[in-house]
Design a protein around this ligand. Structure first.
Ligand SMILES: Cc1cc2nc3c(=O)[nH]c(=O)nc-3n(C[C@H](O)[C@H](O)[C@H](O)COP(=O)(O)OP(=O)(O)OC[C@H]3O[C@@H](n4cnc5c(N)ncnc54)[C@H](O)[C@@H]3O)c2cc1C
Length: 520
């Protein structure tokens, strides 16, 4: 049984960041990943010369001084991966039946664009941006995050916006701003990035998601795999031990050490553990129930997973530029009522057109990135499916063993999604050089997300902040959480949580050993 300072379970954005920060701070690290490849949702896959991303389509805060860039600098990865900026004049094209809204770089420019589109709603648009300003000033409070109970009270009094909206859904926030259905649709359009409709999504999460791209939207040159590879190369150089095909089945505590066991029968011990597994899996299936404190048990018992997605991964020889597609993402809504678009995703029969979907093309975002054979393109079309989706009966059955009925339903749904997308890419279904579909069951298999959820625990108001594992602690000394279960879903938040978890683990190691290490 080998012994290290820290074991990291899982190699998603949170796990890789945690492992790298731990090594930077001098801790010995063993990272155990269940799958053959590292990266979780940052792990791409290649078929017939086409390379597809699964969970990284665009990233924000990468301009000079942006928080993503600062994090890359801290992790010494800023030179290892380059980013292509997606059209700053419109990186997201939201298409409603009677209007198109393009989200652009720059908060002021975006506000002016909305005011030009809705001249009768200038004040409402201004009010919306005022809320964002107030929220951002709360999050960047110069007094820093509150530490004590009284600090927290003072912090809330300094920022009444937190009190007003911390339990609010995004819809509730919007209802206080406008009743105009078209403006409501426009302001709700980016909600899909939270995985929820406005009536369920946390107001804070939706505002943060909009702000995330206000300094521009970027795509890693070489795709999500380039970002993942930058981490793996740095970890290898820093002599972290990375082991793949190591599904962790148990985390227990014996004589002051954590004992981590894998499905292969290996056992490792460490002074600290950072779990990058979905907390619903970690707490319900992996961590010894005897060491889980009552508060964490209660939180986990209440916790609901996010919904998964249906994907169509496509290789095509169609000239996408000639068909009118650019590097911008296309997001389709069948009506102004964004909630209804999401609801019809869950309830739709196989023949109904998809009311909401997202189209993106790695080969258009990064034309020199070799995402497709010469002269060809790759496309990803994604739609949510809701938690009660039609593929659920096959959950728990191993991939490729789900049988003909599952495959037929997947094929039927996928071809239907492609036909729905043809309104933007005419002729697509006649030009499928390669196609593969994936369901939430695929996500459950490939990243071990609970029921195939996209963003860890659902991003509702009660599962933001204290309803998640915001400060990465679990109540079990030495066991930390990194990834979508901590701050929120999204690569930046997951990386930030990995760094934060690692720094706390090193502080603890230093305390435990009375050892003088790098001050985190
Ligand atoms: C369809 C979709 C689109 C998205 N688009 C974007 C986007 O454009 N921009 C953005 O910023 N974010 C996007 N996201 C969200 C983002 O990809 C995720 O929130 C983030 O990558 C999750 O990182 P994580 O640290 O939680 O780890 P995950 O990616 O969830 O990885 C967890 C890792 O832990 C491993 N693991 C789990 N259990 C065990 C175990 N028992 N033993 C060993 N290993 C284990 C898994 O195999 C996996 O490798 C998207 C997500 C989805 C699903």
């Amino acid at each position: 049984m080998s012994d290290v300072d820290a074991i990291v379970v899982g190699s998603g954005a949170g796990g890789l960041s945690a492992a790298l920060r731990l090594r930077q701070l001098g801790a010995s690290v063993l990272l155990l990943e269940a799958m053959p490849s590292f990266g979780g949702y940052m792990n791409p896959f290649t078929r017939n010369g086409y390379t597809f991303d699964t969970g990284v389509h665009y990233l924000g805060k990468l301009g000079p001084g942006g928080s993503f860039r600062q994090l890359l600098e801290l992790l010494e990865l800023d030179q290892a991966v380059q980013f292509a900026e997606i059209n700053p004049h419109g990186f997201d094209r939201y298409l409603f039946p009677d209007f198109e809204l393009q989200i652009c770089k720059g908060r002021q420019l975006y506000r002016e664009r909305l005011q030009a589109l809705f001249p009768e709603e200038k004040k409402a648009v201004q009010a919306y941006f005022n809320v964002i300003e107030r929220l951002l000033s709360a999050f960047s409070d110069p007094h820093g995050p509150p530490k004590t109970f009284f600090d927290r009270i003072r912090y809330i009094f300094r920022h009444p916006v937190l009190m007003k909206y911390h339990r609010a859904t995004y819809q509730k926030l919007l209802d206080g701003i406008t009743r105009n259905p078209r403006l409501l649709a426009a302001l709700s359009a980016h909600c899909g990035n939270s995985g929820l409709p406005p009536s369920q999504a946390s107001a804070f999460v939706c505002l943060m998601l909009l702000d995330h791209y206000m300094e521009g939207a970027f795509y890693p040159k070489g795709g999500s795999g380039a970002l993942r590879d930058a981490f793996v190369d740095a970890l290898t150089r820093k002599k972290a031990v990375l082991r793949n095909r190591m599904p962790v089945t148990a985390i227990a505590r014996k004589q002051g050490r954590f004992v981590v066991s894998t499905a292969n029968g290996d056992t490792f011990s460490a002074k600290t553990v950072i779990s990058n597994a979905d907390p619903l899996i970690a707490f319900r299936q992996i961590i010894d129930p005897d060491i889980i404190p009552r508060a964490a048990k209660k939180k986990i018992a209440r916790m609901r997973p996010s919904a998964g997605a249906f994907y169509a991964f496509i290789g095509t020889s169609l000239d996408l530029a000639a068909a009118g597609m650019t590097d911008a993402n296309i997001i389709h809504f069948a009506h102004h009522d964004v909630d209804r678009c999401f609801a019809s995703i869950s309830a739709r029969g196989a023949a109904d057109p998809f009311a909401y979907f997202f189209i993106t093309s790695p080969s258009l975002k990064d034309p020199h990135g070799r995402h497709a054979p010469d002269g060809q393109h790759c496309l990803e079309i994604i739609s949510g499916l809701g938690n009660d989706h039609a593929f659920k009966p096959w959950a728990g059955i191993a991939s490729r063993k789900r049988g003909d009925a599952y495959n037929r339903l997947k094929e039927e749904t996928g071809l239907h999604l492609i036909r729905s997308a043809e309104r933007y890419i005419p002729g697509l279904s006649r030009n499928l050089d390669f196609v593969e579909f994936a369901t939430p069951l695929s996500n459950a298999y490939w990243v071990n997300s609970f029921e195939g959820g996209n963003f860890g625990p659902d991003q509702t108001p009660d599962q933001f902040g204290p309803g998640r594992f915001l400060d990465c602690t679990t109540g079990i000394e030495g066991l930390f959480i990194a990834g979508a279960g901590a701050i929120s879903g999204g690569v930046l938040s997951c990386m930030a949580s990995g760094v934060w978890a690692a720094q706390q683990a090193v502080e603890l190691l230093n305390r435990l050993e009375g050892r003088k290490g790098d001050k985190p």
